[in-house]
Design a protein around this ligand. Structure first.
Ligand SMILES: Cc1cc2nc3c(=O)[nH]c(=O)nc-3n(C[C@H](O)[C@H](O)[C@H](O)COP(=O)(O)OP(=O)(O)OC[C@H]3O[C@@H](n4cnc5c(N)ncnc54)[C@H](O)[C@@H]3O)c2cc1C
Length: 248
């Protein structure tokens, strides 16, 4: 089915670090969507339409936000990075995707694991009441290379204050000394037990639902670690423990 495009414009551009940015897009007419779903975003270039899927980093009803990393030899992201406020950007009318809370098992603890811009769907979810109504404790683990890649930390701090004792944020930094959290990779923090020690929460089939999003290597490795703990991928007809969103 042909994609229906809406011509929008860049309303704000927030740079977190070189190549890591959030575009706020003025684009009325996007149909209602669930936090965690993605929209196609694109540009019209010399007779060709170049577009890619992006998780929406805001819930429906708020300004449309996309959290993007520039892939240096990528086709689209260097162009998105160069956009200025007021310039045109196309967004498809209808979001899709099942990386949402409606497709995630309910448990006492919800683990949100992300690398890089894989944080985007969780930003949308944390701004929406449903996550707070469904899970007792939320553990957000954000894996990045450098401390400067830790975006949205002030907003996470606000959620932490607004929901005392219910949100634990663990930054995992691979190429710099982590001031708080863990230095290394998410997989090492799971394997070595540090993630559970730092959060005081067991990552076990009994009480855990896990969402994971981002780098495919992290996803494969974490899946293997969770499987070894007796956890299974959640399917509609076969309830399990974790759900996965693959960016490439
Ligand atoms: C469901 C879904 C949601 C997505 N949501 C986001 C999002 O919220 N933010 C975002 O930045 N990207 C997201 N992506 C990735 C995005 O669609 C593009 O693939 C990415 O922006 C690169 O586009 P490009 O044209 O610049 O690179 P291309 O010329 O298409 O090159 C693709 C290559 O870029 C690399 N790459 C792709 N995505 C990333 C990434 N996020 N970090 C590092 N390297 C990457 C991979 O090596 C991939 O093979 C999502 C992908 C999917 C499938």
């Amino acid at each position: 089915m042909a994609i229906r495009w809406i011509r929008g414009s860049v309303k704000k551009r927030k740079v977190w670090s070189d190549g890591l940015f959030t575009l706020t897009v003025d684009c009325p007419g996007v149909t209602p969507f669930e936090p965690g779903q993605f929209l196609q975003v694109g540009l019209q270039l010399d007779g060709k339409h170049l577009h890619r899927p992006y998780s929406v980093a805001s819930p429906h009803g708020q300004e449309l936000e996309f959290f993007i990393v520039r892939v240096d030899n990528g086709e689209l992201t260097p162009r998105l990075w160069n956009l200025e406020v007021g310039q045109d950007i196309d967004v498809c009318e209808k979001a899709t995707g099942s990386f949402t809370l409606s497709h995630t098992p309910v448990a006492k603890n919800l683990w949100l694991l992300a690398t890089g811009t894989g944080l985007a769907p969780y930003i949308a979810m944390l701004r929406d009441p449903k996550i707070w109504e469904t899970y007792e404790r939320i553990i957000l683990v954000h894996g990045v290379r450098y401390l400067t890649d830790l975006a949205y930390t002030e907003e996470l701090e606000e959620h932490h204050k607004a929901h005392p004792g219910r949100l634990v944020f663990i930054p995992v930094v691979s190429r710099a000394l982590a001031v708080q959290g863990f230095q290394g990779r998410i997989t090492q923090a799971i394997e070595g037990g540090q993630l559970e020690d730092l959060t005081g929460t067991p990552l076990s089939p009994e009480n855990s639902a896990v969402m994971m999003c981002g780098n495919p290597q992290m996803l494969d490795d974490v899946e293997a670690l969770l499987n070894a703990r007796g956890m299974r991928k959640h399917k509609r007809n076969e309830p399990g423990h974790y759900v996965v969103e693959r960016y490439w």
